[in-house]
Design a protein around this ligand. Sequence first.
Ligand code: LLP
Length: 427
Amino acid sequence: MKPYGLKTINHQAFINGHSIVELASTYQTPLYIIDEIGLKKTLTTYQKSFKGQNFQSKIVYASKAFLTPALAKIIDEYDFYMDAVSIGDLYIAKKANFPMEKIVFHGNNKQKEELEFAIKNEVGLIVVDNLVELQNLDMLLNKYHHHQNILIRVNPGIDAHTHKYIQTAQFNSKFGESIYDEEIIKQLMTIIKNSSYLHLQGFHAHIGSQIHELAAFSLEIEKMVNFQTKIMTQYDLALPLLNIGGGFGIKYTTDEKSLTIAKMMKGISQKLDKVLENNKAIKEVMIEPGRSIIGPNGITLYKCSQVKHTYGGKNYLFIDGGMTDNIRPALYGATYECDIASKMDSKKDLLVDVVGKCCESGDIIRQDVMLPMIDENDILIVYATGAYNYSMSSNYNNLLKPAVILVGKDVKIISRREKLEDLMRLF
Ligand code: LLP
């Protein structure tokens, strides 16, 4: 899926009016590009389409997909909340002056120092993953005499059709406590009832990532609303907030079937309106999209070196990055589409595997793809790399992390390219 701002003029690719080939030459490759105009349009689409009559909507950007201070600033400008899953995320959010009361703090094994950091910095909402964490948090809140709004992460047991590494709510998931485990739920609720500092606002569930079926979310909504309502009655509590997580799928390839954000959000909002029609106790609903906000608005540029023909008859297109800047094909078998920036309308009659420069045979960016004839120094564009590429990048083989530029009317470097000296900073 190409970003909104990508256009072809005279066989050449441009993004928001800037030549891709020139950007590659100015900022060096590999290079991550975020389409600023596309990103802002996506944020607006979310604001316009996730809303209903019977609930107030709150949108949390899942920063694990991609986080830099510049991005946090845009998220704040659009008045989204933001999630964090570690003290590192919290630290970046704070340094970026993101309002800490708009942080939703996640994680299945939050450390004491992370909880203390969250408490001291007045994080708005902590999503407690499990019983032990609830006990630890209660102790810390008592120590600091701090009142804290929380959600409890539960697991509604939904089998979403996605890669098993990114499913999260089956019965044996490591995340959350099962809504079917009555004993644990009772223990959680007893701690909350007896605590002066824990303020339970409601429950949270996240059923997985890269999910295309509205049906999975509809089922989640039914189960979660029923569960939250049951707990309110049983424990005589007001629980006004429900968080149904993120996970809305995007189109990585042209033939992948995916709902647009507008359609998915409309479907979810209608379902919520229906389910909450006779339930005025749940007043606010949170969603937590990450990939669908930043993924389609990112691309990666690489410089092509050579096409190597093997004795067995394969063509390998060598590029100057690879699994260090995009681990997803190796980790999940993810498929990406690509083009040559200066040959956008050329006939594609060369079958290649696009491979990186790491010492791993699995260092593949795209298997079996048709491309035009390659010349040395051609620029390869890989689409839809905005989410979980930069944020999962590594220095394997001591490759330098690429720069990230935000391209709108102007071009801004929002994360500089690593230098050789950076490799020595820990030694
Ligand atoms: N909320 C929670 C609690 C999550 O765990 C996640 C993602 C999200 C929201 C955002 O999900 P999204 O809208 O981005 O799908 N590295 C994997 C994806 C891992 C997702 C982890 N949790 C990948 O590259 O596909």
